[in-house]
Write a protein that binds this ligand. Structure first.
Ligand code: FAS
Ligand code: PHB
Length: 389
């Protein structure tokens, strides 16, 4: 088989790029390791930056997001009993879109179906070849048969555990990592969300987050030690711990119920450089991971896709390779800014084991400064709604 752009990974990055390029007449094939149902069963991000929402509309898959998603103009940060609202709309002129990654991935799949997009599921043994030549190719197995795709470019949108990053020679690839000494226990419940807007709660017992997917579907998280196992957490234990970390008036109105999903995710910051090797381009989690505190994981995948989309359109439609030649530098510049913001918000709101009393006081002072300074709130708000692409 031949195509112009071979995309490894049928998550949000890969599907979004395939959809956008198709609309410009550029041919792609997406190779996905899992089944579509498996990809759609994953519960992940919930908050979209304004730029991501714009990309969904440009990809002609934004209608359901605009109908069912919620535009949020503010977000709460609570510290013990104090609640403070960061008015992101007043401070930046922008809102964030609350709409689950599962739903937007479904919308992208349906968009690909409508346009006859080529997404091949359950591929195995994907191998990238001749990346430093003008005609790289990809081999893979499907139902016991071997296949080969010759292309101009390979896009590694295959997430942190994918094959693409590992196809860059060790003497070329530089990796930077920060592992946080805790994880997030997350639940989904068919209950009315406790708040109209998200609440990031910092408390003596640790961090908690009140989020949502709709007016009848809530998403909650509590910080847990890395040694915790999800099976150790009953629903009752989760609800009791969440209430203990929220201001009293919020805890009092929390609607509890059976959880329909429960999982623990570790927190890490990770960046791989460069994001280009020959005619292989990394995007999204294949190149970088952030702690979910700042809701930047999926949104940084979006800026990678935005840069790649424009670079490939300029290449194929105008013969201009500036975007291709500057992709890695541009994507990394923004990715490191989202690392910084995610690290800052994680450091501000979580309880760190073995931290000194000095550092504990500094954390409280940083929070007091945020609550009292319009400049500090504007800085947080401009990062939360998304720095410009
Ligand atoms: P993805 O990992 O989503 O997709 C990569 C795809 O490639 C997968 O479908 C995988 O099956 C496929 N693949 C892997 N190897 C392959 C191979 N060899 N061949 C073919 N296909 C292959 N972000 C937030 O902003 N907020 C959150 O709250 C949040 N929560 C998260 C919770 C968890 C448990 C995880 C793991 C991530 C979370 N994230 C969150 C980050 C997440 O949303 C990612 O940023 C987002 O999925 C990135 O999208 P992709 O880059 O497309 O990678
Ligand atoms: C979510 O709804 O899953 C979510 C929202 C905001 C975050 C992280 C996760 O910062």
């Amino acid at each position: 088989m031949e195509t112009q752009v071979c995309i490894i990974g049928g998550g949000p990055s890969g599907l979004m790029l395939s959809q956008l390029l198709h609309l410009k007449g550029i041919d792609t094939i997406v190779l996905e390791r899992q089944t579509r149902d498996y990809v759609l069963s994953r519960i992940r991000a919930g908050v979209l930056e304004a730029g991501f929402a714009e990309l969904m509309r440009e990809a002609q898959v934004g209608d359901r997001m605009d109908r069912e998603g919620e535009l949020h103009d503010g977000v709460y940060i609570s510290s013990d009993s104090h609640m403070h609202r960061i008015d992101i709309k007043r401070l930046t002129g922008k809102s964030v879109m609350v709409y689950g990654q599962t739903e937007l991935t479904r919308d992208l799949y349906e968009g690909r179906d409508k346009m006859g997009g080529k997404v091949i599921h359950e591929v195995q043994n994907v191998v990238l070849h001749d990346l430093k030549t003008d005609k790289p190719h990809v081999t893979y197995d499907l139902k016991g048969e071997s296949h080969r795709i010759v292309c101009d470019y390979v896009i590694g949108a295959d997430g942190f555990h994918g094959v693409s990053r590992k196809s860059i020679p060790e003497d070329v690839l530089r990796e930077y990592e920060k592992v946080y000494p805790f994880g997030w226990l997350g639940v989904l419940s068919e209950t009315r969300p406790v708040s109209e807007e998200l609440i990031y709660a910092r408390g003596a017992r640790g961090f908690a987050l009140c989020s949502l997917r709709s007016r009848v579907l809530s998403r909650y998280y509590v910080q847990v030690p890395l040694t915790d196992k999800v099976e150790e957490w009953s629903d009752d234990a989760f609800w009791a711990e969440l209430k203990a970390r929220l201001p009293e008036e919020v805890a009092a109105r929390l609607e509890t119920g059976p959880t329909i999903e429960k999982s623990i995710a570790p927190l890490r910051g990770f960046v791989a450089e460069p994001m280009r090797y020959g005619n292989l381009f990394l995007s999204g989690d294949a190149a970088h991971i952030v702690p979910p505190t700042g809701a930047k994981g999926l949104n940084t995948a979006a800026s990678d896709i935005y840069y790649l989309y424009h670079a490939l359109v300029d290449h194929y439609l105008s013969g201009d390779d500036t975007g291709i030649d500057t992709y890695s530098e541009k994507a990394l510049a923004r990715a490191w800014k989202t690392q910084r913001f995610s690290w800052w918000l994680t450091s501000l709101l979580h309880s760190f084991p073995d931290t000194s009393t000095y550092d504990q006081r500094l954390q409280q002072i940083e929070l007091d400064y945020l609550f009292s300074s319009e400049a500090a709130q504007k800085s947080m708000a401009e990062n939360y709604v998304g720095l410009p692409f």
